[in-house]
Write a protein that binds this ligand. Sequence first.
Ligand SMILES: [Zn+2]
Length: 352
Amino acid sequence: MMRSLLVVVIFAMPVFSDVEPILSNYRISGQDLRSLQSIAEKFEIHARTPKGLEVHVPTGRAKEFLLMAPNAELLEFDIHQEIDRLQGSNSDWLSGYHQFAQVETILKDYASNHPSFVTLTQYGKSQQNNPLYALRVCGSKTAKRLPQIMLTGATHGDELITVEVVLGILDHLISGYSSDPHIQKLVDNHEIFVVPVVNPDGFKARLRTDNGRDPNRSYPWPENMSNTPTASIRAIMQFVDSHQIAGSIDFHASGEMIMYPWAYTESRPKTTDEAIFRDLGNQMARHNNYVMGQISTTIYIAPGSSADYYYWKHGSFSYGIEMATSKVPHSSQIASVLKDNLDSTLDFIEHF
Ligand SMILES: [Zn+2]
């Protein structure tokens, strides 16, 4: 008896191991729902939205899945496969993208080259012991309390373009400080916290997830206050809880959308807040023609997201921006995605 139990335990191990399958995300709707029963037996249906059901499909099983749901829509590709495909046809695809170690060097160099207005803070460590960095950009020499702004990238580790855009905005703020009076005014009148990589474990592995979990579903939210965040998310929550962030943008990709809470429900935020969210969102969208609206009704219902947490807990005007039309545009496109998001972000900061 003992022996057979042991065998069962050993054979069961791989199922519970922390080896992370690489997944694409598909949406099924319409006729394909007829195969729902057999799809549900073989694949993980992880979300139900007004547009259909979302299914995680592991690498190598897409064919099997598409036989059951031939009209399924690919929402998010497995980036590893996509990068292989892109690089196969065009080897300089990723040449403009930074690795985590390079991001780290850039942040340290900014702080040591501009000590009068740039400070690097490590606010924690990820589950795999990667440092979590925030760069504070603020030129004020007075003790006066200034509006605090936070800009974050790579909550989803495979959304590589977000890191490049956040670094590009950072570069503009820092290099413009001494040459551009408008930038100088922004930096002297705000405390701007920039976190280019929220989820370094995912970013280094080019995975959406943070050690197997979706970090942007791991925040507590009003209907599940005890939801347990991932290690990286817990650290940024503590960072935010110890500040008074007036406005934040969490950059994602892709879709060209500027969105505000709530994400967990189609109910709307407080009327007076919604008016500000919409005015400011429209003002940002004027620069890039991105679609603007509430998260739950513009993209999908997503409980446990950053925007909801920062708005709910701190009353922050917290946006989620889905930039670009791909998570990893060709490196020659980085400059134009940055252009789309630079002036809108400067307007955002200026609002506070
Ligand atoms: Zn994302």
